[in-house]
Design a protein around this ligand. Structure first.
Ligand SMILES: Cc1cc2nc3c(=O)[nH]c(=O)nc-3n(C[C@H](O)[C@H](O)[C@H](O)COP(=O)(O)OP(=O)(O)OC[C@H]3O[C@@H](n4cnc5c(N)ncnc54)[C@H](O)[C@@H]3O)c2cc1C
Length: 456
């Protein structure tokens, strides 16, 4: 239903946010109902763009009163289909997409606490710039930074390339403000490092993927920025060799800033996309990117002369070298519709699973490429399978089986979304699922928030 003449909710929401911010034009809505990977599409009743917490609360109350499902959306960079409503709707019909991008609160950095409060619509890149301008570093960084919002980062508990230093998004949050499914507002933004008063609702909302309410703002912990670093790229035969380098090559006392892997399929994909050269002397099945905080001296790493290594210290060279890793998502996307699997593997099985995945589709003529990259220091693989149709989940299932057989997790950092909702029981026990379901039912008894996300 897109016509305001027949949908009374359009007028109700327009009175809250202004008619310019209730979108029913299918051409304008198109970008809100297809995800970044272009694998997941859906349809929406309308898109509503509130600009304040009060407006979000009023929108939520109006939708709940009308029995209308709501789908929170930030930058729409999520990679598990959770950012867009699905095509299949229950009796309640297509959801209203609630875009949080206009929630642009950005407080001055609290220099004493080393914290900042920002609105859910602030992009990760803008938060990082804001913190840097005040002499601080925000602990999460990822390649989707220019579009991904802080609300989305919180809702997915985003990880990224600095988890080995600072932890995931949950570790950066000291408080949250959110509109709950009944339209009430919880605001816990005092920034207390210590606050043991009952259940930790902040932690509960982080990673809830829009299913328990709308995050409108957060109080975030900042860090002193790291010193000058050295970045090296090293050719390796397998993940075990890379893990041994991470364990043994870093001089004691020197901080590791990142340890990332790219396989040769991903290397060739980004080289083709950006016309980049092969950066090492010899071909290797995998490349390790290792960054350490050593003042740029190169003395933070003890590397055997026999290794095939290239180093960067100059910021432009560092950026160029990072591009091989940061461009992986785009590079695989340029090859076709990508089945993206983001998984966690116990370290002792990492090398075997990575190698196994690379040959797991040798029997399938429809699979044109299989690539593996990811965050080595966190045991987090990103596996890309190109070729199968968007709705063919057999490739996803084959990878997830390999992962769960060794006690891994079907989602390391991207969340469950719609992609992995059918498989949640593969790595969560019936008791865990029942406890999670009880929380969902208690907070959102009508099941109006982000239908299809986490829960099928
Ligand atoms: C190139 C690229 C690289 C990436 N690299 C990484 C990476 O290294 N690590 C990583 O973890 N992720 C990565 N991602 C995935 C993505 O950027 C993150 O999941 C990000 O946190 C999503 O933010 P978003 O604002 O785009 O959220 P969206 O995609 O809009 O939404 C994601 C989920 O959060 C919910 N949501 C969004 N905003 C709110 C809100 N305010 N309140 C409640 N729920 C909300 C949505 O309903 C949805 O379920 C990458 C993506 C891209 C495109």
């Amino acid at each position: 239903m897109n016509d305001s003449a027949v949908d009374p909710l359009v007028d109700v929401l327009a009175r809250i946010v202004g008619s310019d911010h209730v979108v029913t034009d299918p051409d304008v809505m198109a970008d809100y109902v297809i995800d970044w990977s272009r694998r997941f599409t859906g349809s929406a009743r309308m898109v509503v763009r509130p600009a304040s917490t009060d407006e979000v609360a009023a929108v939520v109350r109006a939708c709940v009163q009308a029995g209308a499902p709501l789908h929170p959306q930030g930058g729409n960079t999520g990679l598990v289909g959770g950012s867009v409503p699905s095509m299949q709707h229950g009796v309640a019909g297509a959801p209203v997409v609630l875009s949080t991008r206009r929630l642009q609160r950005c407080d001055a950095v609290d220099q004493t606490a080393g914290q900042v409060t920002v609105g859910a619509g602030v992009t990760l890149a803008n938060l990082r710039r804001h913190a840097a301008d005040a002499g601080w570093e925000y602990g999460v960084d990822l390649a989707g930074r220019d579009s991904a919002t802080m609300g989305g980062n919180l809702a997915t508990n985003a990880g990224g390339i600095r988890v080995c230093c600072y932890g995931m998004t949950r570790a950066q949050v000291t408080g949250i403000e959110a509109v709950m499914p009944d339209g009430s507002v919880i605001s816990h933004l005092a920034g207390l490092d210590k606050d043991n008063t009952g259940y930790d609702l902040t932690s509960l909302l982080v990673g809830s993927e829009g299913t328990l309410g709308v995050i409108t703002a957060a109080r975030l912990r900042l860090h002193r920025p790291p010193g000058v670093s050295t970045l090296v790229m090293i050719g390796v035969a397998n993940f075990d060799e890379a893990l041994a380098l991470v364990r043994d090559a870093i001089v004691p006392g020197v901080r590791m800033l990142a340890a990332e892997m790219i396989d040769d399929v991903g290397m060739h994909a980004i080289m083709a996309l950006d016309s980049l050269p092969w950066p090492l002397e010899q071909p290797w099945p995998y490349v390790l990117l290792l960054e350490v905080e050593d003042g740029g001296s190169g003395e933070g790493l003890i590397l055997d002369d026999a290794l095939d290594v290239v180093a960067a210290v100059d910021p432009a060279d560092v950026r160029r070298m990072w591009r091989y890793r940061e461009g992986q998502g785009e590079a695989f996307g340029s090859l076709g519709v990508t089945h993206r699997l983001d998984v966690s593997i116990p370290f002792e099985h990492l090398a075997r699973v990575a190698d196994a995945v690379r040959v797991a589709f040798d029997d399938r003529v429809d699979v044109t490429h299989v690539g593996v990259f990811g965050h080595l220091a966190d045991g987090n693989l990103h596996i890309e399978v190109i070729g199968p149709a968007e709705d063919d989940s057999s490739a996803d299932e084959r990878v997830l089986r390999l992962v769960t057989e060794v006690g891994g997790s079907i989602s390391a950092e991207h969340g469950v979304g719609r992609q992995k909702a059918p498989y949640l029981g593969w790595c969560r026990s019936p008791a865990e699922l029942a406890a999670m379901r009880a929380i969902k039912n208690a907070l959102d008894p009508q099941g109006l928030f982000a239908p299809g996300v986490i829960w099928e």
